[in-house]
Design a protein around this ligand. Structure first.
Ligand code: GLY
Length: 352
């Protein structure tokens, strides 16, 4: 088992990584907790140790669960079940569960403890760590949320063994991001070591800048386009998984940085390095066949980091940095020349 501590001053918490760590829940609960409000989904096949009384709350599967309506309903169900401040929420599942459970815990009774038991690669390397929890609005992804640090996170790598291939691929999109954030070589490491290494990098960013005033924003590398692709996919009924969208967003960010003259030419080393990482992880850099550039640009302008025009995390001579005010014409031009998936032939479903 690996242990990474998120050393926030006065509120440190452990992240345990390894097969079977979900069974260590009792060891990481805050002292005095009497009852658990377990938030999960019907599709999550895992159970937790039954050392304490548990009230179980299922939320719908998929990104549709990330809504204020679901969080409000969950808080109402907590109230009807008599959940108090002496109890703890446990989010058991992937990033949707940890977002919804985290936000409900942040809001219910003005905040009760939460422990995340992350069962997807994406949640283990990113979503469950660092206290960000948010839901979507029709206007965009994660536009409403809070910073609510968990009391602990359990990344049970046993749960990855039965994860559907598409879900694993999605998690690898976030792994690809960490490849550009200093995680070092991932290829020679076991999955436990990969997860622990990403958690350690993420913990260092969170400790340095919990509320995303500066450095933490670099964790959004690839995410400006990714969130727009996800929102577009949701709107037209062809949702793209978060990590797959991040893969496309990383390749696009490298090409945009090259186009802006921040790094070498568009076919140069840095863009090629991005493609190598994506392909080694089985990810595509291509936009969906039907992606609408104008709509993507308007969605990116609504991104919550877009405080001063279109804002991206981009590579440059000093490494990654947040770059506001990128002209919409430039973004549109680079988007229009970005590789695309071939259009499906008649009768083919969307291949994602
Ligand atoms: N997923 C980016 C962050 O937690 O800051």
């Amino acid at each position: 088992m690996w242990r990474v501590d998120v050393d926030l001053p006065g509120r440190p918490y452990p992240v345990l990584v390894g097969p079977g760590v979900r069974k260590r829940l009792g060891e990481v609960l805050p002292p005095g907790v009497r009852r658990l409000a377990l938030v999960t989904q019907a599709s999550v096949p895992w159970t937790l140790p039954d050392e304490l009384p548990v009230a179980r709350f299922e939320i719908p599967d998929g990104e549709v669960a990330k809504s204020l309506a679901v969080v409000g309903e969950l808080c109402g169900r907590f109230a009807r079940a008599g959940i108090t401040r002496r109890d703890a929420v446990v989010g058991l599942g992937g990033g949707v569960v940890t977002d919804v459970a985290g936000l409900a815990a942040a809001l219910y009774h003005r905040g009760i403890p939460v422990v995340h038991v992350a069962t997807t690669l994406l949640a283990q390397v990113d979503a469950a760590i660092g206290g960000k929890c948010g839901v979507n609005l029709p206007e965009g992804k994660n536009l409403v949320g809070a910073f609510w640090q968990p009391a602990a996170v359990l990344c049970d790598t046993e749960t990855l063994r039965t994860l559907p291939a598409a879900e694993l691929r999605s998690g690898r999109g976030e792994l690809a991001k960490y490849a550009f954030l200093g995680v070092g070589d991932l290829e020679t490491r076991s999955i436990e070591e990969q997860v622990a290494a990403c958690v350690a990098v993420k913990a260092s960013f969170v400790v340095a800048d919990e509320r995303e005033g500066g450095r933490r924003a670099l964790l959004n590398y690839g995410h400006t386009l990714a969130h727009a692709l996800e929102a577009e996919g949701l709107a037209d009924g062809r949702p793209l998984r978060h990590g797959e969208a991040v893969g496309v967003g990383l390749a696009f960010a490298a090409r945009l940085a090259a186009h802006l003259g921040r790094i070498d030419g568009e076919d140069g080393d840095v863009v090629a390095a991005h493609l190598r990482v994506l392909h080694a992880l089985g990810l595509s850099e291509r936009l969906p066949a039907g992606a609408d550039c104008a709509r993507l640009v308007s969605l990116m302008a609504r991104d919550k980091k877009a405080t001063d025009g279109l804002t991206f995390v981009l590579d440059g001579p000093a490494g990654l940095e947040v770059v506001p005010g990128v002209p919409a014409e430039v973004v549109t031009e680079v988007l229009a020349s970005h590789p695309r998936e071939p259009a499906p032939r008649n009768g083919d479903g969307p291949e994602r």
